[in-house]
Design a protein. Structure first.
Lengths: 166, 114
């Protein structure tokens, strides 16, 4: 069962935080705040922190609004991890699914003055890797921000024991 | 922090001093209503002063674009003044920086409306 698998992510893991939230804008704010805490704890500078947190917010808005359609019966799942090399954030909804290949390019001249369609583009612009996975039902986005050696420090309590083996 | 909007007139230009965030659920609708209100009253020269806007998301960008196109369709103009670094960053990434008339100096911006 998908729920069982998702619930298992809430088990305590080093450097990883997971939770499920209602399909509301309050949840978006909560996810955004968690992303800010993650980036700041990882030592990202203000500009990079802003970009990552904004991308995470856009992903959460997509999940709540376009994925779940504010449906109170559906939840979004979010996880945040610093593995010492990268920040890895996942945001999942329980909606109809999304085909990333069918998203119009917002930089194309015919789309530049459209009022919508920039969320996924901003996410891709502001992160190093973006992966889409189709769930049944829903979509999961995995957002990855690589850490520079100087910024990639873990809080002491979260350091994995093999962090210096490679 | 939600968006606050203060309106003033100077030399035939309506200046909206915006402060806060222009995001889905916080400032987008306020901005849309303010622009529509001005255009419906016949204002042709609209300057959005964004010096106190510290955050804009894709929804907020959409509202800026809608303001621009709505104004243009009514033979009005919407220009931007005093972008913060974050707003400028987002406008540049989305290539909207090339769409808008953008100024750093209010007097220069006002003089650009003729």
């Amino acid at each position: 069962m998908a729920d069982t698998k998702a619930d298992s992510l809430t088990e305590p893991q080093k450097g990883r935080l997971s939770f499920k939230l209602a399909s509301t804008m309050d949840s978006v704010a909560e996810v955004e705040a968690a992303a800010e805490r993650l980036t700041q704890a990882a030592g990202l500078d203000e500009d990079e922190s802003f970009r990552v947190a904004m991308a995470v917010r856009e992903a959460a808005v997509n999940a709540v609004l376009h994925g779940n359609g504010y449906d109170p019966a559906k939840q979004i799942s979010a996880s945040f991890e610093n593995n010492g090399k990268s920040l890895i954030i996942t945001i999942a909804d329980q909606g109809e699914g999304l085909d990333p290949d069918k998203i119009p390019d917002p930089l194309a001249p015919e789309n530049l003055l459209r009022g919508t369609g920039r969320g996924i583009f901003l996410i891709r612009s502001f992160l190093d890797e973006v992966h889409f996975r189709q769930l049944h039902p829903g979509t999961e986005l995995t957002l990855v921000k690589h850490l520079s050696p100087a910024a990639g420090k873990l809080p002491d309590s979260d350091k994995p024991q093999d962090s210096d083996t490679k | 922090m939600a968006l606050s909007i203060a309106t003033r007139q100077l030399d035939g230009v309506t200046i909206l001093d915006l402060s806060g965030r222009i995001t889905l659920g916080e400032g987008s609708v306020q901005l849309r209503d303010a622009i529509r209100d001005l255009i419906s009253k016949g204002d042709k020269n609209i300057l959005l002063s964004l010096g106190e806007v510290n955050y804009i998301d894709s929804s907020g960008l959409g509202e800026l674009v809608s303001a621009f196109t709505t104004a243009k369709n009514q033979n009005a103009e919407v220009k931007l003044l005093n972008l913060t670094k974050k707003v400028k960053d987002v406008l540049q990434v989305t290539k909207l920086y090339t769409v808008f008339d953008i100024y750093d100096d209010e007097a220069h911006a006002i003089g650009s409306f003729k």
